[in-house]
Design a protein around this ligand. Structure first.
Ligand code: ATP
Ligand code: MG
Length: 329
């Protein structure tokens, strides 16, 4: 079986962007791939190092988010990054193979640095694509289902793998070059319509939101600002709600856009339809979430046994890597 590695930073609950960008593919592929889900608590430190308690509590939250959408703990391996020392070791080795300039020019690093208001980047933040390469390669993953912000990072990972193999492989592949898997909706915009939906941006609908919270957020979503009265004709091209209809209500999307353009539907009704669609999607997840929230010790066991399994695999990889690099005693 080929292997998948993907995951999420433990910086808070997951949202609809995670779902359509990556989680949906994880669920779809779990029968055909040996799937590894990373709870990235070390990568979370790159921006949240001052909030260790949030990172810690989010380990459960993110694990439960993944389980609630239908990942089967009997099939997939869910594990905690800080429990896998081989990832840290590989990060050090890989860091010799990456130029600081290539990291500085990484477009996602630039966007995120701006979002967080960093002008002088920490060594850890600048280097997170390197540690992410270790996350992916410690278990020799073939495929990485992620959102489109990850494109430059996976490209960086492939370069590191190639460089490593060229330098130390003696004609053999020691580090597998991972492939990216983008979903149809690899970038979901936030409710504000300004940036991608993000945990740290205050513009998200969370998988854990209640029916009322979803409806309230959808009601507040940005629409065409030129449409003031119901009788004004709308422009779906500049309306966040219409973008969400395309993703969560594809069957009615075209019809709703037409009705908006000829003013035969108002924003209130349009938002009501969307809120219902999103709630229909989330309803079965809520049931599973409820189960795991009430069985936290089961979740803990899933993470502990997943981390043990990942550790064994990582230790083997580090042995091979050290041997290839001639780091022997
Ligand atoms: P943070 O603000 O803490 O960085 P995040 O929302 O960017 O949070 P991550 O844990 O960094 O979440 O991302 C986990 C995965 O979800 C990645 O594969 C990322 O590409 C994907 N993802 C995150 N936000 C979106 C989005 N709005 N649309 C599509 N995919 C997304
Ligand atoms: Mg992110």
């Amino acid at each position: 079986m080929k292997r998948i590695l993907t995951g999420d930073r433990t910086t808070g609950n997951l949202h609809l962007g995670h779902y359509v960008g990556s989680l949906q593919n994880r669920v779809k592929l779990q029968d055909d791939y040996d799937t590894f889900i990373l709870l990235a608590d070390i990568q979370a430190l790159t921006t949240h190092f001052e909030r260790p308690e949030l990172i810690n509590s989010s380990i459960y939250d993110v694990a439960i988010d993944n389980l609630s959408v239908g990942l089967d703990p009997n099939k997939v391996t869910i594990f905690q990054q800080s429990k896998i020392p081989s990832i840290a070791e590989l990060t050090i080795f890989y860091s010799m193979l990456v130029s600081v300039n290539s990291l500085r020019h990484n477009p996602t690093i630039k966007t995120e640095a701006k979002q967080y208001g960093y002008d002088d980047l920490s060594y850890g933040f600048l280097g997170y694509p390197v540690s992410q390469t270790a996350d992916i390669t410690f278990c020799k993953a073939d495929l990485v289902p992620v959102g489109d912000d990850q494109i430059p990072h996976i490209e960086q990972s492939r370069k590191i793998a190639r460089r490593f193999n060229d330098l130390y492989g003696k004609g053999e592949i020691i580090i597998k070059e991972p492939e990216i898997l983008l979903s149809e909706n690899s970038r979901l915009m936030g409710l504000d319509g300004n940036a991608k939906m993000g945990k740290s941006l205050g513009n998200a609908i969370y998988l854990s939101d209640s029916i009322e919270e979803v409806n309230k957020k959808v009601r507040a979503a940005k629409t065409d600002i030129n449409r003031i009265k119901v009788s004004d004709k709308g422009n779906p091209d500049i309306c966040t709600v219409s973008k969400y209809h395309k993703v969560f209500n594809e069957g009615e999307y075209k019809n709703i856009c037409d009705m908006c353009k000829n003013a035969s539907i108002g924003c209130v009704s349009c938002k009501k339809i969307l809120g219902d669609k999103i709630n229909n999607l989330l309803e079965p997840f809520r049931e599973k979430r409820n189960y795991y929230e009430n069985h936290k010790s089961e979740v803990k066991e899933i993470i502990i046994s997943g981390s043990e399994k990942a550790n064994k695999i990582g230790n083997e990889t580090v042995k091979e890597v050290k041997s290839a690099m001639n780091i022997l005693i």
